[in-house]
Design a protein around this ligand. Structure first.
Ligand SMILES: [Zn+2]
Length: 321
C-alpha cells in the first residue's frame, strides 16, 4: 500500500495499520516542510478509501490506480475530492491567486456546504485544506464546528508546514502526522527518473536540497532553466508556427533531455488547475523523451514536440494568449 509515495515509511505504516484496524480519525494534520509528499499522500489516501477494485476493508493491496474513482482522483477531477486552498478561494472571490494570503471563513463555509451534502460518486468525501496554517481565526473557529461533529464517511486532511498558527482546539481534534525531510538517495532517484538527470548530477543536487523535492527542482542546472524559459515562452507569449520552429532550433541537440525534464517539472505544476491540458502536455513530453532515448533525431523530436504544444495552446486555458 502507498508504494508510489517517495520515502515517508513511518507515515505509510501508520496509515496502513489504521486502515487495517478500521480505526482512523475524522481529521488528520499532515505536517512538514515543502516538497516532502504531504499533498501526494493525501491524494493517495483518497484513492485507497474510494478504489472500487481493491476494497480497503478486505485487502491491504492499496488503490488499483485504474478504476474510475482512482483515475478521477489522480487527475484531481473527482467530484468528492475537494481542495480547499488558495486556488479555490481565488476562483470563488474572483481574485488573483497571488492575492490570497489567508484562508478565509467564506472558503471554509463553502466547504461546509459540501460536507453536508451527500457524496456524488464515491463512498468517502475527502477535503484537503491547504495551507492550514494560513487559516485566520474566524475560519479556524468555523472549521472547528465541523471537526466537533464530523459527518460519516468524510475525511478532512489539513496540510501545514508548521503548527505555530494552527489553533490548539483544531490540533486536539485531529491526528497530526509529521512528514520528515526526504533522504538524499530518495531525492536523487526521483530526479533521475522524473527530471532525466544523470546519476552524478542528481546526487549533487540531492545533497543540498535539504530533504525537499521542490527545492531540489529549483537547483537544477542552467540547461534546465533554459528549458524552463522555453516553456514559459510557449505558455505565455503570442507566437506563430514560425516562432515555434525558431525556438526549437535554439535548443542544443545534446541538451534536449534537460529541456524536456525542465518542461515536465513545470507542466506538473499546472496539474491542479488544468488537469486535462497538463496530462496531454505530459504525454507529449514523455513521448518526446522516449524518442530521444531511441536516438531519433533530436531536432525533429523537438520540432514536433513544440508544434504539438502549439496546437494544444490554441484550445487550452493553461496557455495564455
Ligand atoms: Zn481503483
Amino acid at each position: 500500500m502507498f508504494e508510489n509515495i517517495l520515502g515517508q515509511k513511518k507515515i505509510k505504516n501508520v496509515l496502513a495499520s489504521q486502515l487495517k484496524s478500521g480505526k482512523f480519525p475524522h481529521a488528520y494534520i499532515f505536517m512538514g516542510q515543502n516538497g516532502v509528499g504531504k499533498r501526494h499522500t493525501a491524494v493517495e489516501l483518497a484513492k485507497v478509501l474510494n478504489c472500487t477494485v481493491n476494497d480497503w476493508t478486505k485487502t491491504d493491496a492499496g488503490a488499483c490506480g485504474k478504476c474510475s474513482n482512482c483515475e478521477k482522483i489522480s487527475h484531481f477531477s473527482h467530484p468528492d475530492l475537494h481542495f480547499i486552498d488558495f486556488a479555490k478561494q481565488a476562483e470563488m472571490l474572483d481574485e488573483d491567486i497571488e492575492k490570497q494570503k489567508t484562508l478565509k471563513i467564506e472558503t471554509i463555509r463553502e466547504m461546509q456546504k459540501e460536507v453536508l451534502t451527500k457524496a456524488h460518486e464515491a463512498k468517502w468525501k475527502i477535503f484537503i485544506v491547504e495551507p492550514a496554517e494560513k487559516m485566520n481565526a474566524a475560519a479556524a473557529n468555523s472549521l472547528l464546528k465541523t471537526l466537533e461533529e464530523p459527518p460519516d464517511n468524510t475525511l478532512i486532511i489539513l496540510i501545514a508546514r508548521h503548527k505555530e498558527t494552527i489553533a490548539q482546539t483544531i490540533v486536539s481534534r485531529s491526528q497530526t502526522l509529521f512528514f520528515e525531510p526526504l533522504g538524499q538517495n530518495e531525492i536523487a532517484s526521483y530526479l533521475m527518473l522524473n527530471n532525466s538527470l544523470a546519476a552524478l548530477k542528481a546526487e549533487e543536487i540531492a545533497a543540498i536540497a535539504e530533504g525537499s523535492i521542490e527545492d531540489a527542482q529549483k537547483l537544477i542546472d542552467p540547461a534546465e532553466s533554459e528549458g524552463l524559459s522555453l516553456w514559459l515562452k510557449i505558455k505565455n507569449e503570442n507566437l506563430d508556427a514560425a516562432d515555434i520552429l525558431n525556438l526549437s532550433r535554439k535548443v542544443a541537440k545534446d541538451e534536449t533531455l534537460e529541456y524536456i525534464g525542465a518542461m515536465t517539472a513545470e507542466a506538473k505544476k499546472d496539474f491542479r488547475l488544468y488537469p486535462h491540458s497538463a496530462i496531454k502536455t505530459l504525454e507529449y513530453l514523455n513521448n518526446a523523451r522516449a524518442l530521444i532515448l531511441k536516438n531519433v533525431n533530436a531536432q525533429t523530436v523537438m520540432d514536433n514536440l513544440l508544434l504539438d504544444l502549439y496546437d494544444l495552446k490554441k484550445t487550452s486555458k493553461m496557455f495564455k494568449l
